[in-house]
Design a protein around this ligand. Structure first.
Ligand SMILES: [Zn+2]
Length: 156
C-alpha cells in the first residue's frame, strides 16, 4: 500500500536542521519537518506500516495537540504536532493510512496551520522525555520517502 500523510501531496515547507527563530528572536535548530497538504483536505494519516499510539498531549505549550505513534516494524516513533483535533487514543493499534487527526495551528505555530513531524528512533526512545520540547533527533524524510509518501518541496 502506498503510504500517505494527507489525501493530497504533502508539501514540505520546512526542513529538519534548519535554523528557526522563536518569539524572542532567538535562533534554534528545527527538530522536525513541516508539512501542509497541497489541497484543502486537512486530514492527517499515519504513513507507517502499523503502529501504536503511545502518547497524546492536548495542550502542549510548543506542540499543541500532539500524537506519538510507535512502530515496532520500523523501530521508530513519529510525533505529529499542532493538530486541530485528535482521532486516536493512547493504546490504539494504528493501521497504515489510518486517520489520526486534523491539521491545525495549536501550540506554538505562529505562521499558521501545518504538521510539524518529528522522528525519535528506537535507540533513543527508552530515555525519551515526553515533556521536553524540540527533541526530535532524526530527520523523518528518509522514512517517508522509503514508505512512498507523495511529497514535494513547497516553492515560496
Ligand atoms: Zn516545525
Amino acid at each position: 500500500m502506498k503510504a500517505k500523510l494527507f489525501n493530497s501531496t504533502a508539501l514540505i515547507i520546512g526542513y529538519y536542521g534548519e535554523t528557526y527563530t522563536n518569539s524572542k528572536n532567538q535562533p534554534y535548530p528545527h527538530k522536525g519537518v513541516d508539512f501542509a497538504p497541497k489541497l484543502s483536505d486537512w486530514t492527517v494519516f499515519n504513513p507507517m506500516e502499523g503502529g501504536e499510539c503511545v502518547h497524546i498531549d492536548h495542550a502542549h505549550p510548543n506542540y499543541g495537540k500532539m500524537v506519538m505513534i510507535h512502530s515496532r516494524k520500523h523501530r521508530t516513533t513519529l510525533r505529529f504536532c499542532h493538530l486541530d483535533s485528535i482521532a486516536v487514543n493512547v493504546g490504539d493499534k494504528i493501521k497504515q493510512n489510518q486517520k489520526i487527526g486534523v491539521m491545525g495551528a495549536t501550540g506554538n505555530a505562529p505562521n499558521g496551520a501545518h504538521v510539524h513531524l518529528e522522528e525519535i528512533p528506537q535507540k533513543d526512545f527508552g530515555n525519551y522525555d515526553f515533556n521536553t520540547p524540540l527533541q526530535g533527533n532524526s530527520d523523518p524524510l528518509s522514512l517517508l520517502y522509503y514508505l512512498g509518501c507523495d511529497m514535494e518541496e513547497y516553492k515560496w
